[in-house]
Design a protein. Sequence first.
Length: 316
Amino acid sequence: MNRFMVFLIAMALSVPVFATDNIPHVVLNGTGENEIAPHGEGNVYAPSVLIDDGKWKMWYGGQGKDGHDRISYAESINGKQWQRIGVVLEDKTANHINDPSVIKVGSTFYMYFTRAETFVIDRICVATSSDGIQWEQKGLALDAGPEGAWDSLSVGRPSVIYDGGMLKLWYDGRKDFPLGTPVAGVPVSSNSHRYVGYATSKDGFNWQKQSDEPVFDNDAGGIDVKRLDDRYIMLYESHGGTRQARSPDGIQWNDAGWLVRKSGQDVDLHGHVTPFLFVDDVNGMWLFIGAARAASWDRNCIAILPLDLEVLKLRK
C-alpha cells in the first residue's frame, strides 16, 4: 500500500497522522539582522518548500531587528540541514512582506505572498523568477472584498497549487481585527476571527474569487492546501498544534481534527504557526512548521516532523 493510500485511509477514518516521536526537529533559527526580530530572540516561519533540479529549496519569512518582515531563501540536499542564501524579496515601501507560497510552472517560479503597506492590513501580491532567487514583483494578485464582506479588511497568507491546468489559491481573510491589534482607523471586534477564501486563475496574475462567501471557517489561518489523489487537505495553525480539514473539490471543506498536536517541549510549547505539508514520492511526507516558543507567536523557528504513515499512532 503506497503512502498516499495510507494517508487517504487515515483521513477517511478521521485518524490523526503523527511523526514517530512527535518532537519537531529545528532546521532554522532566526539569526542575523534580518531574522532576530526587535526582541533579539529570532522569528522565522512560513516555510514554502519544493525540490527542484535535485535541491530542496525553501522560501520563508523572517522578522528583522527593525520590526519589518522579509522573505529569505535556503537550500538543502536532504531537507534536514539547510544553508541560508539570504533575503530574496523585500519591500521598503511596506510594513512587511511574508508568507510565501512558491510553485514552479514550466520554467517559471511564481511566488504569492502577503504584503502589508501599513500595520498588518494584508493584500496578496505576486512575483516571478527564473531561478527562485532573483524575483520581479508583478503587483497585486488578490485584493480585499467589498465593504461589508467577510474579507473586506485584510486578505493574506496564500496557499497556491497548480492543478488541472489551473492555478488555485486559498487564503485567509478578515472584516475586522481582534481588540488590541496594533492598528488604527479600521474595525476591531471582540468576536473577530478569520475565514478561508478560494480563487482561481489561468495565467497566475488575474484571479477570480469563486464565491462571495468563505469556503471554511473555524478561525483558520496560516493555511496550506495540497491535493493528494482525489482529495484536498488543508492544514491550519493553532496554539495546540497543526489542524486539518479535507475536501473532495477544494470548495466544500470538513474539519478533520488534529494532524499533529504540539509536543509539549519548549520548541513548540505554544503551538504551530504556518504549517506546510511537503509531499514527494521519493522523500515521503514531511510537516514543516513555524514552531512557537511564545504565546505571542513572535518567537518562532522553522522545524520539521517526518510523517510516519506506515505506523499510525493515536495521541491524546
